[in-house]
Design a protein around this ligand. Structure first.
Ligand code: VG1
Ligand code: CO
Length: 543
């Protein structure tokens, strides 16, 4: 097989963010852009020679072309074997499972997750390490460093072969195994959950609606919910992955999953609703006319996980990202298990999971997962919920009400200010950081500030320090505001403002979330001087 060695030069800005490298699709299509990054990925991780990788993506525009390029580059770099989802499709959790199950050297996942897809949308590429989890920062830093001094890339002249047919073939000396993207994942789910109980619940008339948002979870949810568990035909909607996610924004929250929200508040609403994001690692769950906040979902799953066979014993611990509400902390305390607080992004949970320190992990952005893989997992969360509901008997709204009665309620919301000028966002954060020591003691919107800090995390397993992960403002009485800049956007900066207020057991618990948070919202806007810095009166997206 002839290999081409193509001279190239560094391309600016190939720095992975919260979850991989994300850019406009057109940028990824520029000559050498993908090639430079993939070669840097190989070089920055000790070379591809003799290695095995899992490759797949969420099916968005350019997924197919990128998969073919990666096949030819892996072959030219001496990789031994690639395991590829049929048609280049794999959900992120399914890829994580395959990496672990086959003991591969890692996986290359083609996705910009919740970012819109298509020719005018975004594309992305993530590298997951041999444990199945997103590469930790020391690896992404090494890859980024390589992008800055790359001089050539290697690519096979041979064709990438047929990835639409199950089976194996060779590109030069490298073996390519094209596999069913769902089968191994389905096997794993069967091991974890009480499928009989869920099937019985469906057979008894329990109705579910799963919105795959035209993204990668469609085939997974169809096969498992409708095929294996017997949910009514049509329970999975928007189930066929499309190149641009049907023109939508595959982010499972009440704003973007409005079709599901409308269905769940209609007169004939199903008992349970769920949605998943572009690459299938995040989830939203709903009862009739009731959105369950991801932070509450994590707390409830922690409280009831023992109803699923895989988690019947004691949980070793839980972990949440720093901006996620503290609802799960209260559950962990009552269960007598540790609760870890990490920076945003799943890569920070990997060490805790590997070391057996945490069993469940979650983020306010609708990512929940467990030690079954090293990624967040949308359909897993939905199945755990269904398992709990099948075994407990109460409906999800009742279960949540009882939970609040017992543990109290953490009112929670996230306000996003999108596409603001990068300098303005930077100035807002710098001004906040400059006031860390002067703010405590002052009263804003009737709330007295008790503590302010710039969150830094020391990994309890490897001791690595990650600084500058968002400003935390605590108020007397337990309310909290967190401000940080997004690391997944591709245009300008996105300011995320996370708002939380605790209402103790015995309280009303039935207030409207934004109304309950009104003083906290006012305090956040005033303290960070959001209007002056951004010119915006209100957030673009409120979830
Ligand atoms: C966002 C979420 C974060 C999540 C990340 C990747 O990051 O806030 O919780 O882990 O997306 O999720 P940021 O930096 O934009 O806040 V996924 O499913 O889009 O890969
Ligand atoms: Co995702």
């Amino acid at each position: 097989m002839a290999n081409q060695i193509v001279p190239t030069s560094p391309i600016e800005g190939q720095k992975p963010g919260t979850s991989g490298l994300r850019k406009k699709t057109a940028v990824f299509q520029e000559p050498g852009y993908l090639e430079n990054f993939v070669q840097s990925l190989f070089d920055g991780t000790g070379g591809a020679a003799g290695k095995t990788y899992v490759v797949g993506g969420d099916g968005r525009f350019f997924n197919d072309d990128a998969t073919r390029t990666i096949i030819r580059m892996a072959a030219a770099n001496g990789a031994a074997r690639l395991i590829i989802g049929q048609n280049g499709l794999l959900s992120t959790p399914a890829a994580s499972n395959l990496i672990r199950k086959n003991q591969t050297d890692g996986g290359i996942i083609l996705s910009a997750s919740h970012n819109p897809g298509g020719q005018n949308g975004d594309f992305g590429i993530k590298f997951n390490a041999a444990n199945g989890g997103p590469a930790p920062e020391k690896i992404t830093e090494a890859i980024y460093a390589r992008t800055q001094d790359i001089t050539q890339y290697r690519i096979a002249e041979a064709d990438a072969g047929d990835i639409s047919t199950l089976g194996s073939y060779k590109v030069g000396d490298m073996q390519v195994d094209v596999i069913d993207p769902v089968a191994d994942y389905e096997d794993l789910m069967r091991e974890l959950f009480d499928f009989d109980a869920i099937a019985k619940m469906f057979a008894g008339g329990f109705r579910v609606c799963f919105d795959a948002m035209h993204a990668v979870t469609g085939p997974y949810a169809k096969r498992i919910l409708e095929g294996v568990l017997g949910a009514a035909h049509g329970s999975v909607i928007n189930a066929v992955p499309s190149l641009d996610f049907g023109g939508g924004h595959p982010d499972p929250n009440p704003v973007w999953a409005s079709e599901l929200v409308a269905l769940m508040s209609g007169t004939d609403a199903p008992d349970f609703g769920a949605a998943s994001d572009g690459d299938g690692d995040r989830n939203m769950v709903m009862g009739r006319d009731a959105f369950v906040s991801p932070s509450d979902s994590l707390a409830l799953l922690t409280a009831y996980a023992h109803l699923a066979p895989a988690y019947a014993g004691r949980l070793s611990g839980v972990a949440r990202s720093m901006p996620t509400s503290q609802a799960v902390d209260i559950v962990a305390e009552r269960l007598g298990i540790p609760c870890f607080e990490t920076p945003t992004g799943w890569k920070f949970f990997g060490n805790l999971l590997d070391a057996g320190k945490a069993t469940l992990c979650g983020e306010e952005s609708a990512g929940t997962g467990s030690n079954h893989i090293r990624e967040k997992d949308g359909l897993w969360a939905v199945l755990l919920w269904l398992n709990i509901l099948a075994r407990d008997g109460r409906d999800i709204v009742q279960l949540r009400r009882d939970h609040w009665r017992s543990f109290g309620r953490n009112y929670y919301s996230r306000h996003d200010y999108e596409e603001i000028p990068t300098e303005a966002a930077g100035a807002l954060m710098s001004a906040l950081r400059a006031n860390l020591t002067t703010l405590p003691g002052s009263t804003v919107a009737g709330l007295t500030i008790s503590e302010v800090d710039n969150f830094a995390y020391t990994d309890p397993v490897d001791g690595s320090l990650t600084e500058n992960q968002g400003v935390r403002i605590r108020f007397e009485g337990g309310s909290r505001v967190v401000l940080r800049l997004s690391g997944t956007g591709t245009q300008g900066a996105t300011l995320r403002v996370y708002l939380e207020r605790f209402e103790a057991p015995g309280g009303d618990h039935g207030q409207d979330v934004q109304a309950a948070l009104a003083p906290v919202i006012e305090a956040a806007e005033t303290i960070a001087d959001i209007k002056t810095h951004t010119g915006r009166d209100k957030a673009d997206i409120i979830t």
